[in-house]
Design a protein around this ligand. Structure first.
Ligand SMILES: Nc1ncnc2c1ncn2[C@@H]1O[C@H](COP(=O)(O)OP(=O)(O)OP(=O)(O)O)[C@@H](O)[C@H]1O
Length: 605
């Protein structure tokens, strides 16, 4: 079964297969019956729409219950531009898609501020507003009656570059457009852009921590998704030669969502299968027309329970996020830490003064000042609840400080958002590793290269321009990091199938890909075996040798004793000791408020 899935995946997910299918449609179109052409045309438009939801929901994890409104915006815009303004179809369709994309961008601002249930409600509201505006704006939209007599292939009134299109020509056009879009999306998915969508889907906090601006990624997802839905909407308007508000109401948005979920959110070939199935099936089940939504609802519930990955889960292997071509083009593994002019060993690279962070009445960190030099490893220790993680959270920008100043390489970074702090050279890991479970180890590590690549969605999709240089370079660097961390043998293993200890190491490897000047590690040794701690230790010592400043919060004293230059001990958010780890054990204050408890913990551990 697995072999069949892989074979199917290899064939159906191949761009050449999609191209051949499009060619077959182009060749067969004139010989098909009118009804078959119509059916395939609807299926192709549904593929575009399903892909738009897949991009937004399946990949970027954002909900949309107003997707039909984006279709509607483009459909009305294109139709009006042709009918009223006399624009050619070849311009009106892209213009309609651009207007939908602009609406998506505008919606992304408020939508980016809310999540889950509230996001669903907001997009639902957007869809309802659109339909109401269309209904009420009689003079432009034709109100409830809609707009009829749109130049279309059915009426033989659609002229493109001097040629009057019939339904066969229109089907050919749709097939070519859909093949181009699928080709673009498949390249996009397997690039930094697609990987960033999934990273934001999984954890915005983790994405921000490695320099991915999650707010910007969400805006990009909304804009591209709305543009794609708009393209489908504009093509739909000309296909049926009529647009009216009922075509873009909530039920249409739900149909789109159902198609995408049944196909398998996150899978591109799944979207094709879902769209084709849900275009063809209802026609076969016309007798169920009255119960269509009950049926849809039941299917949704069933799918979520028995097939969370939809039809794609049955038919195709999980999608991979690296294009084999870039992997083949990658050079042998390269250096792990990169270079930085700021890394002059011994020079202060991070300093914080008077740092305080309170949560309501509780002061988690109080007037804490310290500095870290390039090539120095500092241990931050203390009993549970003493403010260690809060210090990392404040330094990395996750929480703004209540007061105090943080300087990174001489520049004030206090209160800057985490992705900016990461881009400036300070990267952190988390107490509970935050990675993308469905990605392989290599794909996860590549997320750290996001900030170093410059190519955009267009170059990513079509495999042109800067991606040809950036992607192989990032893969070579990732291979170097994995080798240095002793993870090269699991590079192609899906992360969620690996034991827990690997996740910590992979998270450190991902942070290294950012090439930080300062690395903040929050309990990196927790849950690791002795062998894994050995690899971690080597990585930390390599970083120190490369002039990276490392701050480690951990309870594992033996590990710390082997890697740190000095330690700072916190208790109740205040510093109680600073110096060599050996001297710490003899310090009466530390012994009083920490070591007794810690040794008990160590002994248990
Ligand atoms: N987001 C938050 N909201 C409210 N209180 C918080 C928050 N984060 C931390 N605290 C509180 O701040 C104090 C310090 O927590 P912190 O997680 O920094 O301790 P820690 O030294 O890292 O402990 P551990 O070793 O258990 O991870 C604790 O009392 C904790 O409950």
């Amino acid at each position: 079964m697995t072999r069949i899935r892989f074979l199917l995946g290899a064939v159906l997910c191949d761009a050449r297969f999609v191209g051949l299918l499009a060619l077959a449609i182009v060749a067969a179109a004139p010989h098909l019956s009118e009804a078959t052409r119509q059916l395939i045309s609807f299926a192709v438009i549904n593929i575009l729409i399903a892909c738009s939801i897949n991009l937004l929901t399946g990949m970027a994890g954002q909900i949309s219950l107003g997707q039909a409104a984006f279709m509607g915006i483009a459909a009305y815009a294109s139709v009006l531009l042709v009918k009223v303004a006399g624009w050619p179809f070849a311009l009106s369709v892209p213009a309609g898609a651009l207007m939908a994309a602009a609406a998506g961008w505008i919606l992304s601002w408020p939508a980016g501020r809310v999540r889950e249930f509230y996001l669903a409600m907001m997009t639902l509201g957007f869809g309802m507003i659109f339909v109401e505006v269309v209904r009420e704006w009689d003079s432009v939209t034709g109100g409830v009656m809609g707009i009829t007599g749109i130049p279309s292939p059915q009426l033989r009134s659609l002229v493109v570059f001097g040629r009057t299109l019939d339904t066969a020509d229109y089907l050919r056009l749709l097939a070519v457009i859909a093949a181009a879009v699928l080709f673009w999306l498949s390249g996009l998915n397997r690039s930094r852009v697609g990987r960033a969508f999934f990273a934001v889907h999984e954890s915005e906090t983790a994405a921000d921590s490695i320099g991915i601006d999650s707010a910007m990624v969400k805006r990009q997802a909304y804009t591209l998704s709305a543009g794609l839905a708009g393209l489908a909407g504009a093509l739909y308007g000309h296909l049926v030669s009529y647009v009216g508000p009922e075509s873009f109401e909530l039920h249409r948005s739900i149909e789109i969502l159902v198609m995408s979920v049944i196909g398998g959110l996150g899978s591109l070939p799944g979207q094709v299968v879902g769209a084709v199935a849900l275009t063809w099936l209802p026609l076969q089940l016309e007798v169920f027309e009255d119960f269509k939504f009950i049926l849809y609802g039941a299917v949704l519930v069933a799918i979520f329970v028995v097939m969370p990955r939809g039809l794609a889960g049955l038919l195709f292997p999980p999608p991979r996020m690296i294009r084999p071509a870039w992997r083949q083009a990658a050079a042998p593994p390269t250096a792990t830490t990169g270079g930085s002019a700021r890394r002059v060993v011994g020079r202060t690279v991070l300093a914080w003064t008077g740092l305080r962070r309170s949560f309501g009445g509780l002061t988690a960190v109080a007037d804490f000042s310290c500095e870290l030099a390039a090539g120095e490893v500092l241990g931050l220790i203390g009993p549970n609840g003493s403010g260690k993680s809060t210090t990392i959270n404040v330094l990395s920008g996750l929480y703004p400080p209540s007061s105090g100043r943080i300087e990174l390489a001489g520049a004030d970074v206090s209160g800057l958002p985490p992705h900016v702090v990461a881009r400036r050279g300070m990267v952190r890991t988390f107490q509970d590793p935050r990675l993308v479970g469905r990605f392989t180890v290599l794909e996860n590590v590549l997320l750290g290269a996001h900030v170093h690549a410059r190519y955009g969605a267009l170059e990513a999709g079509f495999g042109i321009g800067r991606i040809r240089r950036d992607e192989p370079a990032a893969i070579a660097r990732a291979a170097g990091v994995l080798t240095a961390m002793g993870l090269d043998d699991v590079a192609d293993r899906v992360l969620e199938t690996l034991p827990y200890g690997y996740r910590r190491l992979v998270e450190v490897a991902r942070a290294l890909m950012v090439e930080p000047d300062v690395l903040l590690l929050d309990e990196p040794a927790a849950g690791l075996s002795e062998g894994e701690i050995g690899r971690l230790e080597r990585a930390v010592l390599d970083l120190r040798a490369a002039g990276v400043a490392v701050l480690i919060v951990d309870h594992h004293m033996d590990f710390l004793a082997r890697v740190v230059d000095r330690v700072v001990v916190l208790d109740g958010g205040r510093e109680i000791f600073r110096g060599a780890i050996g001297a710490m054990r003899d310090d009466p204050k530390v012994a009083e408020c920490y070591l007794g408890r810690m040794e008990t913990t160590d002994a248990r551990g």
